[in-house]
Design a protein around this ligand. Structure first.
Ligand code: DO4
Ligand code: MG
Length: 283
């Protein structure tokens, strides 16, 4: 089951049929047993014709977020640990990535308030004061206010490698700025947890060419997804639920940096493709 947020309401796709649900986003998604609730609720929802559904889903989608915060986990895949140890070797920061990869406590950091999140098709930004920028394609959990993983989406954790590499204490500036996060195209709400065989892939297009292509299965992750969720909920309340990006498994090789105009496609089996274009924030 998929849930899309559009300018004309919240649309559920189930068994090739499309329904509009008349509940506000935050009230709709923040519940234990979201899959079961939707299945039951669809009997009373407005059934859309294929033409109506097509028009809604092929026009601009909103990011599938309401009042939720977006958080992120880091160094959950070997590839992320290795890339970060390399970029921080001159600053002496490399040892921190090595340690956190092995530690019981995961790295968790605040990523975005909803107004900083780019929707599908919108621009994501790179910083003017950063020389080395990458997208980070990440399976993203939607966790309800009680701490249960109810749904999944695709996240892009845009990152400045030059700022983070200079000093790990600059992480918030490397990670948190306008449109440094993208989410979409929908919430994927399966009846059972997502399969570890699920693959994440990313293609970066520049001037009609693919300048980066990569693919990895989420089974490569070092930690369990409920483990990440439960660390995040230690001593914290999320009254509307929250999003948790689960870390990147794909980092383009050393010298690669994003350029304005690049198109980033991130796909996850069962969820779809999140596409954004890279720009500098207009001043
Ligand atoms: O350690 C810094 C951030 C790591 C991260 O964003 C990731 O591994 O995806
Ligand atoms: Mg990341």
């Amino acid at each position: 089951m998929k849930l899309f947020k559009t300018h004309q309401g919240n649309i559920v796709e189930h068994n090739n049929q499309y329904y509009r649900i008349g509940l506000p986003w935050d009230e709709l998604v923040n519940r234990s047993g979201l899959h079961h609730f939707l299945q039951t609720h669809l009997q009373h929802a407005e059934l859309l014709s294929p033409v109506q559904a097509d028009a809604l889903l092929n026009s601009k989608l909103l990011a599938p977020i309401g009042a939720q915060e977006v958080w992120a986990a880091g160094v959950t895949y070997l590839r992320s640990r290795d890339a970060r140890m390399e970029e921080s070797k001159d600053s002496g920061g490399a040892t921190f990535y090595d340690k956190v990869y092995e530690a019981e406590r995961p790295e968790l950091f605040f990523k975005a308030h909803p107004h900083r999140v780019a929707a599908p098709g919108e621009d994501v930004y790179i910083r003017h004061d950063s020389t080395w920028n990458v997208p980070e394609p990440e399976l993203t959990l939607f966790i309800d206010s009680k701490g249960g993983i109810e749904a999944y989406t695709i996240g892009n954790d845009m990152s400045s490698r030059s700022i983070e590499g200079e000093n790990p204490l600059y992480l918030p500036q490397a990670k948190v700025y306008q449109r440094s996060a993208a989410l979409g195209p929908c919430l994927f709400i399966p009846s059972t947890p997502i399969s570890p065989l699920t693959k994440i892939s990313m293609v970066i297009h520049r001037g009609g060419k693919n300048v980066y292509t990569g693919e990895v299965a989420i089974s490569q992750i070092k930690r369990k997804l409920p483990e990440l969720a439960s660390w995040l909920y230690r001593d914290m309340d999320f009254p509307h639920g929250c999003f948790l990006m689960t870390g990147t498994c794909l980092v383009p090789a050393g010298e690669f940096t994003l350029a304005p105009g690049d198109k980033v496609d991130i796909s996850i089996d069962g969820i779809g493709t999140l596409t954004n274009t890279v720009r500098y924030k207009p001043s």
